[in-house]
Structure formats: C-alpha cells, structure tokens
Design a binder for this molecule. Sequence first.
Ligand code: SF4
Ligand code: SF4
Length: 85
Amino acid sequence: MAYVITSTCTKDELCVEACPVDCIHPKKDEPGFEEAETLLVNPAECIDCGACVPVCPTSSIYPLDELPAELAAHAERNAAYFATV
Ligand code: SF4
Ligand code: SF4
C-alpha cells in the first residue's frame, strides 16, 4: 500500500516537509518540477505513515485503500512517474 497524490495538488511542498522518508517528488530543486502536474508519491519508498495527509491544504493525498474510484487512475500515475526516472 502507498499513499497517492491526486490532481488538486498545488505543489506547495508542505507534504514534502512532513514526509520522513523523502519519497515525494519532484521537488522545486529537482528536474521535472515545472512540468509536473502535481507532486507524486513513490510507492516503493512510502512507509504509509500518513504524516502527509493532515498537512495538505487541498486534501489531495489518500491512502491507496481509501482512494475514491473516480481518482483511481492517480495511483498508476504516481507509480508510473517513478518507473521512468
Ligand atoms: S501538501 Fe498537498 S497540495 Fe501541497 S504539494 Fe503536497 S499534495 Fe500537493
Ligand atoms: S504516507 Fe508517510 S512516507 Fe508516505 S508519502 Fe506520506 S509522509 Fe511520506
């Protein structure tokens, strides 16, 4: 299981600061930040701690098992990003 960032993300990086394992990318100082629609969670590194959820002002982050059906594609979108970098 991993957490998933969805399309309402504003890329303000508040979750990046809260994440203990630094698995949310791309960050402002990393390649691809400008082009990225949202930040994304690397599912291979996420430890499911949930620390990112309460700090997100747009409620864009869901545990995979609570991801609404209409947002299901975002799980694949998050994972796919890390498969290609
Ligand atoms: S805290 Fe929420 S809005 Fe901000 S970068 Fe993270 S997911 Fe996006
Ligand atoms: S659940 Fe924890 S480890 Fe996973 S992205 Fe959020 S803060 Fe990082």
